[in-house]
Design a protein around this ligand. Structure first.
Ligand code: ATP
Ligand code: MG
Length: 245
């Protein structure tokens, strides 16, 4: 890790860069993941590098949806594994949902390295892609899934998703909960619930909300009233105002 002083005004942002760069060095994160991270950084700047009310609303709905799921699953890629392994594991424990590795670029045993990285941080079972179970409507390597994981899931939590796969999961009748700083991405628009926030801020809040709601039967009425499009609109309005503050 580089020696970023805590007093630096961009401390958090620079720390996250260090984590992503370390992820690449460890063979967990793809070099392409650096570009995706840069796009996220730009939107985080516009969002104000803080969890905004539209993200809190989405986190609440996401907790309800995930707690109400019969077979929830947490899909893990190389960026999230590098940025927030502890948050993923904690969410898995709170929801009683397995983690499943699913990545686009599968160079040099990266799937296995992600699994080992998660296990090193305390994950017990980590599901891996198989050739026996495949998603429909998708041609990339990300179609290979685990029969007891993503294939069987009714709700897929997949932070930093690619639009193609989000669309495929939705066409297969699954609900998708995503975290994506870009409210204009195809993923953000197609997901059932999009949390427009940095995954490192959203994950602990989602764990906290899920824990808080887990003692009661979650109020599903909230989901009937929930509009992903309206929440994305609120995010866009916030961004368009951000230069005037
Ligand atoms: P789509 O395929 O959905 O249209 P895209 O092709 O623009 O999106 P991808 O590279 O597929 O982008 O996915 C990366 C997405 O993740 C981007 O929208 C980016 O803003 C977002 N992102 C990157 N880092 C973070 C982060 N730390 N937290 C939340 N979102 C992030
Ligand atoms: Mg994409």
């Amino acid at each position: 890790m580089s020696d970023v002083p805590k007093t630096h005004p961009r401390y958090l942002s620079l720390t996250l860069r260090d984590k992503i760069v370390a992820g690449v060095a460890q063979g967990i994160t793809s070099t392409h993941g650096l570009i995706a991270h840069g796009r996220g950084e730009a939107f985080d700047y516009l969002v104000g590098e803080a969890t905004q009310p539209f993200a809190m609303e989405a986190i609440h709905a996401a907790a309800v949806m995930l707690l109400s799921a019969e077979h929830p699953i947490i899909s893990v890629n190389g960026n999230v594994a590098a940025l927030a392994p502890e948050g993923l594991i904690e969410l898995g424990q709170v929801l009683n949902a397995p983690l499943e590795v699913n990545i686009f670029h599968t160079e040099t045993g990266r799937e296995q390295k992600i699994r080992e990285h998660l296990q090193k941080h305390g994950a017990s079972g980590v599901l891996m892609p198989t050739t026996e179970a495949q998603l429909s409507y998708i041609d990339s390597n990300r179609k290979f899934v685990h029969p007891e994981g993503i294939l069987k899931a009714d709700v897929v939590f997949v932070p930093l998703e690619d639009g193609d796969r989000c669309e495929a999961l939705r066409k297969m009748g699954k609900d998708v909960v995503t975290v994506d700083l870009n409210p204009m991405s195809r993923t953000a628009k197609q997901a059932s619930i999009t949390i427009v926030d940095n995954v490192v801020r959203a994950l602990p809040l989602l764990c906290e909300k899920s824990r808080e709601l887990s003692s009661d039967v979650p109020a599903q009425d909230l989901l009937k009233r929930y509009s992903n499009a309206a929440v994305l609109q609120a995010a866009l309005q916030h961004i368009s105002r951000s230069g005037n503050d």
